[in-house]
Design a protein around this ligand. Structure first.
Ligand SMILES: [Cu+2]
Length: 168
């Protein structure tokens, strides 16, 4: 390894640490404080409630960590009934999806197309960059875990798909 490579990798490592520290600091300043102690939850202790109004009716959600509405890291789970569909949409921040149970289908693009989805069974994982148009549906009751940074929002490609527009 020459000197340049060593210097470069040291600088890179240091900047990664700096970015992580900055993220944590930003999260503490403007939103959910970073946890100071360990916390544990068993599956029977999860307090499921109705999913937010931005999602089609019928799903349930539980917040495991953080607050999706505030700045900072958060983790939630979404329980979808069989056949549940989320029309094409985007998020302002990255969406990381882990399938806990059931089968989730994820498709990319502005048009809901059940022929174009990626099938993810339990244990499957997906990363959806911020601003990327995607859609989803479930076969069988399906639980996915979503890990991202808040404030997390959902913007539908077609505003008539937005359940918040129907509630008037
Ligand atoms: Cu999404």
């Amino acid at each position: 390894m020459n000197k340049f490579v060593i210097v470069f990798s040291t600088v890179l490592t240091l900047s990664i640490f700096a970015i992580t520290a900055q993220e944590e600091e930003a999260s503490e300043k403007a939103g959910t404080p970073a946890p100071k102690s360990a916390s544990f939850v068993t599956p029977d202790q999860l307090h499921w409630g109705p999913a937010p109004a931005g999602l089609p009716a019928g799903a349930q959600m539980v917040v495991l960590d953080g607050n999706p509405e505030r700045k900072g890291s958060f983790t939630v789970r979404l329980r979808m009934p069989d056949g549940y569909k989320i029309p094409p949409h985007t998020h302002p921040t990255i969406e990381r999806v882990t399938v806990i149970s059931g089968t989730a289908h994820l498709g990319m693009g502005p048009k809901f197309d059940q022929a174009a989805g990626q099938v993810l069974s339990a244990g499957g994982f997906a990363v959806l960059p911020s601003g990327m148009q995607h859609f989803a549906w479930a076969t069988g009751e399906t639980i996915v875990q979503i890990h991202s940074h808040g404030p997390f929002k959902i913007t539908y490609v077609n505003p008539t798909d937005d359940p918040r527009n129907a509630k008037q």
